[in-house]
Design a protein around this ligand. Structure first.
Ligand code: ATP
Ligand code: MG
Length: 509
């Protein structure tokens, strides 16, 4: 091993000295010719092959997935053997820093009896310009060196092995992220990413979600089928995505369910605020930027988009035609442009854009399912519609286990009866049952809940009574009005009759 290192070391040192002399004393136009032939000569003489993996590639200078997979692989596998390490912060609170190979450091690896050298490098392009933002002239890359007789093994087996390992290590060790969209353009036109993110650490789980057991199992089954469905979706020629519509009154657990889904699937969450999206083009860009294994959420869809489409556009047009001031008119036009339309949203959901990154779930939530345009929720777009409703006995038992850690109590039957007679959201049940002081035990908490349920029941009964009385009064009023009208009609008929007789009598005389 020492001899191989010394051969490689001597070879590299000779090349470096030769290169420095050459760089200093030979004119540029001759240098480029010589460089080409020197490279050819080195390639011809050296028995080693070197592959470079740059950090950025492609036209958009996107960070290379290859590079990040190799980085993860090397952190896990080879960093222990490196002598020069660098510590970098992570956004994972359980693992606040990572040790990786420092720049210009090399490690060796044996794969199926074959020796390989990994190197980590950084180059700086000479630039005169000054920038406040991280310099894009700093270029990092990894090199992989191996003997040319192992070319096939490395390209066909080793590199794919490294990439696969890197990906799976990353998936296991990554922290879930919650992305939100902001279209912030900073100082000097420097554009921040349209999505900003924080670590997603919501504690919601399906086990703690209060709802009917069968419904919960159905949703879990649906999610598992989706997760394992890559081949099926490929076979039927459909983009690997699934749409859910969660609807129900406020406080019934729609947002909590989304968090539970994200934790269950181990997917990132993209919370898409439609009102902050300028237009359909920006919406498309945002959706393209979402990654695979993610949940895209649009909360309160009925409040975030003009669901009445054409009618509203017409109204706005009329309004802007009435505006005489040209500046105001231009502003109106601008604000009209800054809108995502229903058709734009539909195109993004099931247009060709949706196929850009597989394994994505789209969730809409609403409090008013009846307000939604049928086009938005038809099958194929929203594949599953889930109603989250008021707290039932089964859901209450889950909450009691969560909040009071009890499976059964003699007061459960009282709560069961009251829940059948009154409507209370899981959020209110949880709030009323939660211990508020150290002295609050299960008994007092359940009694408090019963009290609140009785109050809610009384209030509902009073409201129902009031409504019934109002309706009765309205009916009575309508009846009286009808009777009056009838009486009036009779009187009118009588007076007409009388007048007719008089005319007749006068006419004959
Ligand atoms: N089904 C449920 N299971 C467990 N906890 C629930 C459930 N529903 C509501 N909660 C509790 O009530 C709180 C509010 O619920 P959540 O925000 O999920 O309601 P929502 O349906 O999204 O309401 P909104 O329509 O106002 O957005 C949650 O923090 C959670 O603690
Ligand atoms: Mg919500």
């Amino acid at each position: 091993m020492a001899s191989e290192w010394s051969i490689l070391g001597t070879f590299t040192a000779t090349v470096m000295i030769a290169y420095t002399l050459f760089d200093k004393f030979i004119p540029t136009h001759i240098r480029s010719y010589v460089q080409i032939y020197v490279h050819k000569l080195i390639g011809f003489l050296s028995p080693y092959i070197q592959v470079t993996f740059p950090e950025f590639s492609g036209e958009r200078l996107k960070r290379s997935g290859l590079f990040t997979s190799i980085q993860t692989y090397l952190i896990e596998n080879s960093s222990q053997r490196a002598r020069k390490l660098k510590a970098e912060p992570t956004d994972n609170s359980n693992n606040p820093f990572l040790l990786s190979m420092d720049d210009n450091e090399e490690v060796t690896e044996i794969f199926q009896g074959v020796k390989l050298w990994w190197g980590s490098h950084k180059t700086m392009a000479k630039t005169q310009s000054f920038s406040f933002y991280p310099s894009s002239d700093e270029k990092r890359f990894y090199t992989l060196t191996f003997h040319k007789r192992h070319r096939d093994l490395v390209s066909r087996t080793y590199i794919p092995h490294v990439l696969e390992q890197g990906k799976s290590i990353k998936l296991k060790s990554r922290q879930l992220k919650l992305f939100t969209n902001n279209s912030y353009t900073g100082w000097g036109g420097y554009r921040k990413s349209k999505w900003s993110h924080v670590v997603f650490e919501h504690p919601a789980r399906f086990e703690t979600l209060a709802m009917e057991k069968t419904m919960k199992e159905e949703i879990i089954d649906d999610l598992i089928t989706f997760k394992n469905g890559k081949e099926y979706y490929d076979k039927i020629g459909k983009a690997w995505k699934r749409g859910y519509l969660l609807y129900g009154p406020p406080g019934t657990g729609k947002s909590t369910m989304i968090a539970a889904m994200a934790n269950f699937m181990y997917y990132d969450v993209y919370d898409l605020e439609l009102t902050a999206v300028k237009d359909n083009t920006q919406l498309r860009t945002l959706l393209i930027e979402t990654t695979s294994k993610s949940i895209i959420v649009i909360e309160d869809i009925d409040c975030s988009i003009d669901l009445t489409g054409k009618r509203m556009v017409k109204k706005e047009k009329e309004k802007s035609e009435n505006v005489k001031d040209p500046i105001k008119k231009a502003e109106e036009e601008e604000s009209k442009e800054s809108k995502v339309t229903l058709s734009g949203l539909l195109n993004c959901i099931d247009g060709i854009w949706s196929g850009c990154a597989g394994e994505r779930i789209i969730i809409f939530t609403t409090n008013h399912v009846d307000k939604l345009d049928p086009a938005l929720i038809r099958s194929g777009r929203m594949d599953k519609k889930i109603e989250l409703s008021y707290c039932c006995y089964e859901a209450f038992k889950v909450l009691a286990k969560n909040y009071l850690d009890v499976d059964y109590h003699r007061l459960f039957s009282v709560v069961e009866g009251l829940l059948k007679e009154t409507k209370m959201t899981p959020a209110d049940v949880a709030e009323n049952m939660m211990p508020k002081s150290k002295s609050d035990d299960v008994n007092t908490c359940l009694k408090k809940l019963i009290e609140s349920l009785e109050k809610a029941k009384k209030k509902a009964e009073e409201e129902a009574q009031k409504k019934a009385e109002e309706e009765e009064a309205k009916l009575k009023e309508e009846k009286e009005k009808e009777q009056k009208q009838e009486q009036l009609a009779v009187e009118e008929a009588k007076s007409d009759d009388k007048a007719g007789k008089e005319v007749k009598e006068n006419g004959f005389h």
